[in-house]
Design a protein around this ligand. Structure first.
Ligand code: GLA
Length: 394
């Protein structure tokens, strides 16, 4: 990847540098279970993946930031902005820069002074809009670039928090912390079990035996920054307020156990808000149980929880679309598939499935054929390959 970026870096920024630029990488992520629980203080179980975003970056004389992406730009003209002028979103064809600008904006709030300019070129191999967290990857990557170039001593948890704030405050997407956390703290051959209330986390080894985890891209691009994601959060907030009015000591929806929810449910009169709460509360319990099953190597039980997760996202949280339902349905009907569910925010993107080695070929063939027949679209498949979190590459 750096062989592709280096000549462009040289062409665009070359003459202004004395040192070689530094190399960086941030992975994407796939969430195994615990969907739409992060913003409600619950548990999530994502993995960092080997596809992600790479960057070359270096300091330069001056007081401006120059940004260029091989994924979005083709005019060899970087976007340039003085650090002092970074305070509002950019519209139009360069709107991808809002992710790095949001990061710089948050670093400024921490009182960090930028003693020189910075040049960055990004290039990623994550499919865009597929729900594999290209946004979190570019945010965490940018924090890491500033971290190294200005010796800021930011640890991986702080890096995730800064990135989430960039997305909430600058981009305007009210995401939870799962994506940035997975991208920042991920570990090869492990999933990250994160308590989103306390940010305590542990690594769960991916004991897959001969099974494979397959990510299937519906090739329907999600548009999460749109109203639906933020609307779901508001509905969860409304549910929480009602529950708090009838029960003490509840700080977030994920504090409620599924058994006690059934007695609290009658207080929630709006059927839509009730469903949103039911999803979060049951999904949180599923995530905790699924992590135990994974630790015990019980992939069969894990897979059943994945299926239940999809059904709840479809019927209660209502963020699946017909393409994701078709992919899950097809998978559930193939022998040797232990579980399958949509992953990420929903409204497009990917499913994640546990498939026995001997069924991988039939899985891909059947789904390719039937998905195209039913939707007119093509599905893409990636066998999960996990990665460590974002870092400088030496
Ligand atoms: C998106 C958000 C995350 C999380 C998931 C759903 O990926 O960025 O914070 O809420 O949706 O689990």
């Amino acid at each position: 990847m750096f062989e592709t970026i280096a000549p462009v870096y040289e062409k665009i920024y070359g003459s202004d540098h004395t040192n070689e630029p530094l190399k960086f990488f941030a992975p994407g992520r796939v969430n195994l279970i615990g969907e739409h629980t992060d913003h409600e203080g619950g548990y999530v179980l994502p993995c960092a993946i080997t596809s992600g975003i790479y960057a070359l970056a270096n300091l330069r004389d001056g007081h401006s930031l120059r940004l260029y992406s091989l994924n979005f730009d083709d005019d060899f003209t970087p976007f340039e902005i003085d650090f002092n002028d970074i305070n509002k979103k950019i519209d139009g064809s360069k709107s991808w820069v809002n992710y790095p600008l949001g990061v710089v904006n948050e670093l400024k709030k921490l009182g960090i002074n930028f003693s020189s300019g910075i040049d960055i070129i990004y290039n990623g191999n994550l499919p865009g809009g597929a729900g594999l967290s290209s946004s979190a990857a570019i945010e965490v990557l940018t924090v890491e670039i500033f971290n190294r170039l200005f010796n800021l001593n930011i640890n991986s948890v702080e890096r995730a928090k800064i990135s989430q704030r960039a997305e909430n405050n600058f981009v305007g997407m009210m995401c939870g912390i799962m994506d940035q956390f997975a991208v920042s703290t991920g570990k090869k051959d492990h999933a990250v079990l994160l308590n989103c209330s306390t940010l305590e986390y542990s690594y769960v080894p991916l004991k897959l035996g001969t099974d494979k985890i397959i990510i299937t891209n519906s090739n329907v691009k999600h548009s999460l920054a749109g109203s639906e994601y933020n609307l779901r959060r508001q509905q969860c907030e409304a549910a929480l307020k009602i529950i708090q009015s009838v029960k003490n000591n509840i700080t977030c929806l994920s504090d409620v156990r599924p058994s006690e929810f059934e007695t609290l449910a009658s207080a929630i009169k709006d059927p839509e808000i009730l469903k949103r709460a039911r999803h979060v509360i049951t999904e949180n319990a599923r995530a905790i149980e699924a992590a135990e099953k994974l630790r015990a190597g019980d992939l069969k039980a894990f897979g059943k929880l994945m299926n239940a997760s999809h059904i709840s996202l479809r019927d209660n949280y209502q963020v699946t679309i017909s393409e994701l339902d078709i992919l899950a349905d097809l998978a559930w009907n193939i022998n040797g598939v232990k579980g399958s569910r949509m992953t990420g925010g929903g409204f497009g993107g990917c499913t994640v499935s546990i498939v026995e080695d001997g069924a991988v070929q039939i899985f891909q063939e059947t789904i390719s054929r039937e998905y195209t027949k039913q939707t007119g679209r093509k599905a893409d498949f990636y066998i999960l390959d996990t990665s460590d979190g974002a870092s400088q590459i030496f």
